[in-house]
Design a protein around this ligand. Structure first.
Ligand SMILES: [Zn+2]
Ligand SMILES: [Zn+2]
Length: 282
């Protein structure tokens, strides 16, 4: 456990619904270490959202998870130790004051519906996040591949394709929430410049209508700050437009990949979500 000083939030009842522990290849820290930090941070709830990437046509992305230190293929069966681990730790931490929820961040691709349904049939997940990381089977938010995707698309094309995937994902009604909406800004802001900031305009209304009708919510993801951006995912004007259009915006996610990132910047971000503790069944 790191000796880092973890400041507790002054606001009670705050939840972090986007955390990657070491079952994700790109994250460090055990489920228990994350819960320990959640407790120190005075969070009411923490939801684990391990990456579940299974696109068979993915261009260079690893469809693996880490189980007991070993890299194993992402399959419905192989995630069982993760599910059991979270459930076991949840028992312990509930009575210490932190509610621990079981989630997954499903790496979206057209055709993933079947495996997502199998995941839901076999386990009792509290929360499914839809992580749109790939378009045309290329990861646009990975350091090694974003240029490949962006160089094949104008800003307008890149954004249009992104919104198309958001619509398709929401229409499956398989997901509680679209993760880090506007994630193309992570590298797209530098790659395209100002042009990328307004390219969403033709697609916003239809997309918000889809999100509203399917009751697919948006999270406020604070990791944009760690990526050197001066906003969250999505930007403030998009958060407001979504709320105004009747889209549910009620989850905060740090997208922590290390325990000390749990609740990252939530002291500020908490003002943007409703102050009532909601139920994921609702
Ligand atoms: Zn993600
Ligand atoms: Zn994530």
């Amino acid at each position: 456990m790191s000796d880092l000083i973890i400041e507790p939030l002054t606001v009670p009842g705050v939840m972090d619904y986007h955390c990657h522990c070491d079952y994700s290849l790109d994250a460090v820290g055990t489920v228990e270490e994350y819960c320990h930090i959640a407790l120190k941070r005075n969070l009411a709830e923490i939801c684990f959202t391990t990456h579940f990437d299974s696109n068979p046509h993915s261009d260079g992305k690893d469809n693996f998870i880490r189980i007991k230190g070993e890299k194993v293929p992402t399959t419905v069966e192989n995630i069982e130790p993760y599910v059991e681990d979270v459930q076991k730790v949840a028992e312990k931490y509930y009575l210490e004051g932190v509610s621990v929820k079981l989630g997954l961040e499903i790496g979206w691709y057209e055709g993933c519906e079947e495996i997502v349904e199998k995941v839901q049939e076999r386990y009792n997940f509290d929360y499914l996040l839809c992580g749109i990381h790939e378009i045309d089977n290329i990861c646009f938010c990975c350091r090694h591949s974003f240029e490949k995707y962006f160089s094949q698309n104008s800003a307008a094309q890149a954004v249009e394709k992104y919104y198309r995937q958001v619509n398709l994902a929401a229409k499956t009604k398989l997901f509680n929430t679209i993760a880090h909406f506007e994630y193309y800004l992570k590298y797209g802001s530098d790659f395209y410049g100002k042009e990328i900031l307004t390219a969403h305009k033709p697609f916003l209304e239809e997309t918000f209508q889809t999100l509203k009708e399917t009751r697919t919510s948006l999270e406020i993801n604070t990791s944009a700050q760690r990526h050197g951006l001066k906003h969250y995912y999505p930007r403030m004007e998009i958060i407001n437009a979504a709320k105004k259009a009747g889209v549910i915006v009620n989850y905060l996610g740090s997208d922590a990949h290390r325990p000390e990132q749990v609740g990252y910047d939530f002291e500020v971000a908490v003002s943007l979500v409703p102050d009532t503790v909601h139920d994921t069944d609702g």
